[in-house]
Design a protein around this ligand. Structure first.
Ligand SMILES: Cc1cc2nc3c(=O)[nH]c(=O)nc-3n(C[C@H](O)[C@H](O)[C@H](O)COP(=O)(O)OP(=O)(O)OC[C@H]3O[C@@H](n4cnc5c(N)ncnc54)[C@H](O)[C@@H]3O)c2cc1C
Length: 412
């Protein structure tokens, strides 16, 4: 591959940043990825439901081993409160993990391409038209193009579009990983190779098996990944997302800072879950906790600077499309940058990615529309009733065919 003259600076070294980095590097660009965090991010995420759109974009970034990417779930199940399976639908899907994709991409980068402990503070232009990135550690780096892949609280977006801020949904997501070997065999028999769901008062729970530590896919060595979306009143929400010192983390509190009181509160609330699921939740030693927020911008492309991934549009996770959207943003951006008429290509890229992002954003809001107290208002109440239904829940959440639903939103 002939090296290109241009140097591309990427802010954010998580999914969108790594995917953009690999997609561009594989096509001859020099890339430098700057990540605020000092430590590895591999333990940050958990399960990722896959679909064809995700595979296409991952392949473009150089990850093509579909067969070894995860655990196959052949069916979706709905558990009623008393533990009976009342709804089931055949829906084959591979469940991969955030860590597996992250490790693969990270391994392909050399030290001169990935810079931890670099938190972007400002962006400037030099007199000769170069982009200057200034970091809080005092370092300054110059490049030809800058990609803002720094997540839902993006500093790049703050500089370009200061009025856009994430909006809190009013609910949270508890998440956990349980060793497969810790699950009683009678429960595992029902849950293995299934994507399971249950409704709670003001929320829902879902879970499936994923690769275990070191990406192990062997039976008995995997993890069971679960997510529980739950509405809380403002007071409880703030309390749960606040650490011992009183610091409030609206978008997610680091697992080691979640107070014992919050964990016990969650375990107590788990009494409403069917017993097979309750046991998984209460067995989880280190739960993760995130506040569910969303946002969507109206512009992605600025002079030699673009926004991708969650920095551009953070959809609620029910659609299961965050990584896939980040990967497609990276793939299509790379194609636009390679185009002989870059300006026009970037304009077209912006338009089509914004249309897609808005469709995903609206679908994700609809899927979460019943979580919380909105049911009292009409017509929101009618919509909420539709999504608060086991059939809709198990088919539309993290669908294996998202394009089927996105098509409908794009046509509106
Ligand atoms: C509960 C939950 C479940 C989910 N389930 C799924 C799923 O099943 N499937 C799926 O596809 N997606 C899922 N997602 C969404 C997915 O995790 C995100 O969409 C995805 O991680 C977005 O990647 P990103 O790189 O754009 O942003 P992020 O992962 O947020 O990464 C942004 C990076 O930028 C860094 N950064 C921030 N500011 C700066 C700065 N100033 N300078 C330098 N670096 C900076 C951050 O440290 C971070 O590493 C889920 C999300 C949640 C909350």
């Amino acid at each position: 591959m002939k090296k290109k003259e241009e140097e591309i600076l990427i802010i954010g070294g998580s999914m969108a940043g790594l995917l953009a980095g690999m997609s561009l590097k594989n096509r001859g660009y020099e890339v430098k990825i700057f990540e605020r965090s000092t430590s590895s991010l591999e333990n940050r995420g958990a399960g990722i439901a896959t679909h064809d759109e995700l595979y296409e974009a991952l392949e473009f970034a150089g990850l093509s081993s579909k067969a070894s990417m995860g655990v196959v779930s052949d069916e979706r199940l709905f558990f009623s409160k008393n533990g009976d399976v009342t709804h089931r639908v055949a829906m084959p899907q591979t469940m991969t993990s955030w860590g597996l994709i992250y490790r693969f991409l990270k391994l392909k980068l050399s030290p001169g391409e990935y810079y931890p402990d670099h938190c972007l503070n400002n962006i400037l232009y030099s007199p000769d038209g170069k982009i200057i990135a200034k970091f809080t550690n005092g370092k300054t780096v110059q490049g030809d193009f800058l990609v803002g892949a720094d997540g839902s609280l993006s500093r790049v977006r703050q500089i370009l579009l200061p009025h856009i801020k994430p909006e809190h949904s009013g609910y949270i997501a508890w998440r956990g990983l349980v060793n497969e070997s810790d699950i009683p065999s009678s429960a595992l028999h029902k849950l293995a190779n299934k994507f399971s769901f249950a409704l709670t008062e003001g929320g829902h729970w879902l879970g499936y098996l994923v690769a275990g530590p070191n990406d192990d896919l062997a039976e008995g060595k995997r993890w069971y990944n679960w997510v529980w979306y739950q509405w809380e009143d403002t007071h409880s929400l703030e309390k749960i997302l606040t650490d011992k010192s009183g610091k409030y983390y609206p978008s997610g509190i680091p697992p080691n800072l979640i107070t014992e009181k919050s964990k016990n509160y969650m375990r107590k609330k788990a009494a409403q879950l069917p017993s097979i699921i309750r046991e998984l939740v209460t067995k989880t030693k280190v739960p993760f906790l995130q506040g569910i927020q969303d946002l969507c911008v109206n512009r992605l492309s600025f002079d030699k600077v673009v926004l991708i991934g969650d920095a551009a549009c953070t959809a609620r996770p029910h659609v299961g499309l965050g990584v896939s959207k980040a990967a497609s943003d990276a793939m299509t951006l790379t194609k636009a940058l390679l185009s002989p008429d870059r300006e026009e290509a970037l304009e077209r890229w912006q338009q089509s990615r914004l249309e897609f992002a808005k469709a995903v954003f609206q679908w994700s809001r609809d899927l979460g529309s019943y979580i919380g107290s909105q049911k009292k208002d009409k017509p929101t109440g009618f919509k909420a009733d539709y999504y608060d239904d086991p059939n809709t829940l198990i088919i539309q959440n993290a669908s294996n065919q998202p394009s089927h639903y996105i098509k409908y939103y794009l046509a509106r």
